[in-house]
Design a protein around this ligand. Structure first.
Ligand code: KE4
Length: 430
């Protein structure tokens, strides 16, 4: 067994001063049991914990590190900018460059506002939709997670699912009343909400490739019908691409489906591991945003040059290297190996993959929505998680999260993962 004594000691200290000992709930290992690891260093595809153990990392800080940890272009950009300035609280050249990169890559993104997290981006996007339409209600989907803004914490995914409380106390009935919840990949459930709230729905927000109930892709037919329904009802369609943006394709999930939303939200990869979020879309819609229009949104560190420099370096490296075929095929290799191992050992397993994000659901039936996702065996996942951890592979500590493959996951890392999975499945089979 690996030695985790330093992590255990740090976790005891952390619990004295931080709620649950963590700064974000999903890190607490509640979904898999045991004590969270405390990490000290990262390089490429690897994490190194406080006890000096090395792990192939499939969390990638929940998505930002598509290039792997410490990519030279990003590290150099951060070092250079640190010596100049980290923040002005005033405009800088770099935020114009990042905005130009984003609007140049993403279909229909004409104006974009930088913020400091995905949560800020999604909160702001819904506020803009409400300000633009003059309507108050919006539709989200069961199992999708859009950050911890009050109105999203209803039947949400990610850590909410992991902890078995998909709706959070502290969200007022007023906030909840304006949040309508539909079923992912079920257009009838959306149509029903439009019919029962005529002329009242400002927006529909969706993860076109959901990652927060585990990876579940919207079907093309469903997204197309969703686009049509929104257009028909004068409702703004918001693609929350905080996770899928620049992950499943350079131009985002929308480009794979050939569907352009009215608004986008981004995060994770566009900060290259530092805090950056963004929201934007059609010029006419974004012109309601202050100081152009009356819809207010602000942020002390929005567009700060240090985080933006990391984001620009990440996007430029993605554009220059175009690693998508490489990382997607690495993810295919892993997915195929997981299915083969599970098959050999009689373990019910569904592996959903889009691009280089994937989830292994310990489920007998295909997973296409929230209900089928939560039918998975979290107990089997927990056993698998620890069996992989002991063999040097760090997976997201929850059945309801995405695994991320990076440009730094080479043949050695893939082979180590496949061997570990074979032995973990053997262990599961008993
Ligand atoms: P942040 O506020 O965490 O930067 O972004 C919120 C968010 C918005 N939209 C989507 C689609 C997201 O996936 C997220 C955040 N994702 C989770 C991982 N499932 C962040 C990890 C965490 O909460 O600790």
């Amino acid at each position: 067994m690996l030695d985790f004594s330093q992590s255990n000691a740090l976790f005891s200290r952390a619990q004295n001063v931080i709620p649950g000992g963590v700064n974000s709930p999903v890190r607490a290992f509640k979904g898999v049991g045991g004590t969270p690891l405390f990490f000290e260093r990262a390089e490429g595809a690897y994490l190194f914990d406080a006890d000096g153990n090395r792990f192939v990392d499939y969390v990638g800080s929940w998505g930002p590190f598509i290039l792997g940890h410490g990519h030279p272009s990003v590290r150099e950009a951060i070092h250079r900018q640190t010596d100049l300035a980290t923040s002005f609280g005033a405009p800088s050249r770099l935020e114009v460059e990042l905005a130009e990169l984003l609007t140049g890559l993403i279909p229909g993104l004409e104006l974009v506002r930088l913020v400091s997290s995905g949560t800020e981006a999604t909160m702001s996007a819904v506020r803009v939709a409400r300000g633009f339409t003059g309507r108050e209600k919006f539709i989200k989907f069961e199992g999708c997670y859009h950050g911890h803004g009050d109105s999203f914490l209803i039947k949400a995914g990610s850590g909410m699912l992991t902890h078995g409380n998909p709706s959070s106390p502290g969200v007022t009935s007023g906030a909840a009343a304006d949040t309508l919840v539909a079923t992912f990949n079920n257009i009838a459930s959306v149509r029903q909400l439009f019919d029962s709230n005529p002329g009242e729905i400002a927006a529909v927000i969706i993860e076109p490739v959901a990652g927060n109930m585990g990876v579940v892709a919207a079907t093309p037919e469903f997204l197309l019908e969703l686009r049509d329904l929104c257009s028909k009802h004068g409702t703004l369609l918001i693609f929350d691409e905080v996770m899928s943006g620049f992950r499943v394709a350079l131009r985002g999930a929308g480009s794979i489906y050939g569907i352009t939303p009215d608004l986008y939200t981004f995060g994770k990869i566009i900060g290259g591991g530092l805090p950056v979020g963004a929201y934007g879309g059609a010029r006419a819609v974004l012109e309601v945003v202050s100081p152009l229009g009356p819809v207010y949104q602000a942020g002390t560190l929005s567009g700060n040059p240090l985080a933006v420099a990391a984001g620009i370096a990440t996007l430029r490296t993605l554009i220059e290297n175009n690693p998508y075929q490489q990382i997607d095929s690495a993810a295919v290799t892993i997915a195929d190996a997981l299915r083969a191992s599970a098959g050999r050992h009689g373990i019910p397993l569904q592996v959903n993959r889009v691009g280089s994000m994937l989830t292994a659901f310990f489920a007998a039936e295909p997973v296409g929505d929230y209900a089928s996702a939560v039918a998975s065996s979290t107990a089997q996942f927990a056993t698998f998680f620890h069996a992989m951890l002991q063999r040097g592979v760090y997976l997201p500590p929850s059945q309801f999260e995405a695994w991320f493959v990076s440009m730094a996951h080479g043949d050695a890392e893939i082979e180590l993962t496949i061997q570990a999975a074979e032995r973990a499945m053997q262990e599961l089979a008993g």
